[in-house]
Design a protein around this ligand. Structure first.
Ligand code: G3P
Ligand code: CA
Length: 332
């Protein structure tokens, strides 16, 4: 789905208004906006209490404090069935990625579940739309066997019968030991998704100051509407605006500044990135987390452009590149 058409019109109409309102509120209260708050958190986290001021502009950093964030796309989904505990365990326990990336869909009876597609066909032995399944019905599906047949080199008999996890189950399993990069998928199909997400995060102590400060949660979406709703419901939750292929390249510096009114970063499709547009995004004080980067040469090139991390199906590969880069810098 291409979201480019929506971008400019919605951004100009809605964000400019939001921006004006925010500015007025800042002027009236004498306090910074939420993004400024995120800035302070990130700078403080990496540098004690010293702010990373460059002229009047503060420089944003990953909330985890890392120079490069390793975002395990649907878990370590290159090695194990996507959005199952197998791919999440591999990413978090075995590889130690910075974030578990989670796409959210909602069942017929209102449970948030981790699944990329609106239908179950590609990843399970079932057919049909997720929103036509109750959780009990969804739990009967096998979300592991297709991976085995499609990836014989990584096939594992344990994957057979893997269950589709709920968000609640994921947060129970990894708790505040992990960081979550959560996407509101198809929010137009699932009214109330944002409220449910916040309630679930809150239940797992992921919305308290400590969790937010330590970067345990980022919420991402291609839908500006969904992100603005999140901001309205809880302005403390850091947000990332995803940009489909072609979207970034049609944007101006003004668009970047407008995104910065509600989000701390962007997730562009990686082939859209150039050294120059990464520089422009950084100038707008946005984090840059491109998706989905699986080739080492692309990882290295994007790091050189100055991105803050990548979404990847192979988090171990990216971590290795980060580590090699650190070693090289040590020996210079
Ligand atoms: O969320 C970043 C990236 O995952 C977006 O692409 O389609 O894999 O969710 P998609
Ligand atoms: Ca995603």
């Amino acid at each position: 789905m291409n979201h480019a058409n929506k971008v400019i019109a919605t951004t100009l109409a809605t964000i400019t208004l939001t921006g004006l309102c925010t500015t007025t509120a800042i002027e009236a209260s004498g306090h910074g906006n939420n993004n400024a708050q995120h800035n302070v958190n990130t700078s403080n986290q990496q540098n004690g209490n010293s702010s990373q001021a460059h002229g009047n502009q503060k420089k944003i950093h990953n909330l985890t404090g890392e120079k490069f964030a390793t975002i395990a796309h649907r878990g370590a989904s290159g090695y194990a069935p996507e959005h199952t505990f197998f791919s999440y365990d591999k990413s978090h326990n075995a590889i130690g990625a910075s974030y578990i990336e989670i796409d959210l869909q909602m069942t017929k009876d209102g449970h948030l579940v981790a699944m990329h597609d609106e239908t179950v066909d590609r990843t399970t032995n079932g057919t049909g739309r997720v929103d036509q399944y109750t959780l009990k019905e969804l739990k009967k599906l096998d979300a592991g066997s297709k991976f085995n047949s499609q990836n014989p080199q990584y096939a594992n008999s344990n994957y057979k019968g893997a269950k589709v996890p709920t968000l609640d189950e994921i947060l129970n399993r990894y708790g505040t030991d992990a960081n979550y990069y959560i996407e509101t998928k198809s929010p137009d199909v699932y009214p109330g998704m944002e409220e449910k997400l916040l309630n679930t995060l809150d239940k797992h102590q992921l919305l308290n100051n400590n969790s937010l400060k330590n970067g345990h949660v980022l919420v991402q979406s291609f839908s500006e509407e969904s992100l603005l709703k999140m901001q309205k419901l809880n302005p403390a939750v850091p947000l990332i605006r995803l940009l489909d292929k072609g979207e970034l390249t049609s944007m101006t510096q003004l668009n970047f500044n407008q995104i910065r009114q509600y989000a701390i970063g962007v997730g562009p499709e990686y082939t859209d990135l150039t050294k120059q547009n990464v520089k422009n995004l950084k100038k707008a004080d946005l984090l840059v987390h491109p998706f989905t980067v699986n080739e080492p040469t692309d990882m290295k090139r994007l790091n050189e452009y100055g991105v803050d991390g990548v979404f990847t199906n192979y988090p171990d590969v990216y971590k290795q590149i980060i580590s090699e880069n650190e070693q090289q810098h040590k020996h210079k």
